[in-house]
Design a binder for this molecule. Structure first.
Ligand SMILES: NC(=O)c1ccc[n+]([C@@H]2O[C@H](COP(=O)([O-])OP(=O)(O)OC[C@H]3O[C@@H](n4cnc5c(N)ncnc54)[C@H](OP(=O)(O)O)[C@@H]3O)[C@@H](O)[C@H]2O)c1
Length: 266
């Protein structure tokens, strides 16, 4: 695939998506499933198996078979991540796929009830980084290893945030984690010129994450920002941002690991 050419998922495609049990992840899975050609496979990952089953049912079609596994990505080992992908292939050879795509959508907000100047709980920080940074990298590495043979047909999408590039009071866990995660994908894209890499920032979206901010945040500025999102009806529906993500991908007009925001022009 050339660098800024369109991305075609209408052939036999393999897709893995983390954080697929609700919110933006579920919506992206549904939109992507519509694009995939015959004999495609989607692997959905998150902890909540019942909710994964609902996402799977929404994605199943004549073209697409969906596999889902409950996995705690804050604790999974690289070996477990490797095995879950291999199991989903059900003995099929990676060269059978015209394209393979991974969405790193999993994410959490971290501790919102502590001032940034008071942060010192290193085990808690470490746990946050395990899920949001280190294990994202480890899962991505398994994906690259397993699909090595078709490296020129790989697509990697990191679900990032405005918070990766713009500081937000009261969100030091989240902003620093998103920044580190996005930069990892930027460095990877420098090295892997044949892999298409996109950092997609979904905008403010009506999901459980927003409710969590309002329930947990102590920072006044942060509370105000999110309260006004909610009260002014500016929150996007997950489907709307998922559709934009898919359009950006298909058009393929992004530079390697570019940060593309929902509000950017198409
Ligand atoms: N909502 C927004 O306004 C917004 C804005 C910018 C960026 N984002 C980003 O978009 C992504 C999705 O966010 P969302 O708003 O859809 O959040 P969400 O509704 O809270 O969904 C988070 C997903 O991650 C999964 N997850 C959380 N902890 C996990 C763990 N330990 N192991 C495996 N899976 C885990 C959850 O599934 P289980 O609980 O079933 O494990 C869920 O499917 C995140 O990366 C977020 O940072 C969101």
């Amino acid at each position: 695939m050339a660098m800024s050419s369109s991305i075609d998922l209408s052939g036999t495609t393999y897709c893995v998506l983390s954080g697929a049990s609700q919110g933006i992840g579920r919506a992206i899975a549904v939109e992507v499933a519509k694009l995939l050609g015959p004999k495609s496979v989607i692997l959905l990952l998150a902890r909540n198996k019942d909710q994964l089953a609902i996402t799977a049912a929404l994605c199943e079609s004549d073209n697409v078979s969906v596999v889902y596994e409950s996995i705690d990505l804050s604790k999974a080992s690289p070996r477990q991540m490797h095995d879950v992908i291999v199991r989903s292939l059900k003995g099929r050879s990676v060269s059978d796929f015209a394209a393979s795509i991974i969405f790193h959508n999993v994410g959490s907000l971290g501790n919102l009830s502590i001032d940034t100047a008071q942060m010192e709980n290193v085990p808690e920080l470490r746990e946050y980084y395990d899920l949001n940074v280190f294990n994202v990298i480890a899962l991505n590495t398994q994906f690259l290893k397993i699909f090595d043979e078709i490296e020129d047909r790989l697509v990697i999408v990191n679900i990032t945030s405005l918070c990766a590039i713009k500081p937000m009071s009261g969100m030091a866990y989240y902003c620093s984690g998103k920044a580190a995660r996005e930069m990892y994908f930027k460095v990877l894209a420098e090295e892997k010129k044949h892999v298409r890499v996109l950092n997609y920032s979904p905008g403010p979206v009506e999901t459980a994450m927003i409710d969590y901010v309002l329930a947990e945040a102590v920072n006044e500025n942060l509370r105000e920002v999110f309260t006004s999102f909610k009260n002014q009806g500016t929150l996007l529906k997950p489907e709307v941002t998922a559709q934009k993500c898919v359009r950006v991908l298909q058009a393929g007009k992004f530079s390697p690991a570019e940060h593309v925001d929902y509000f950017d022009d198409e």
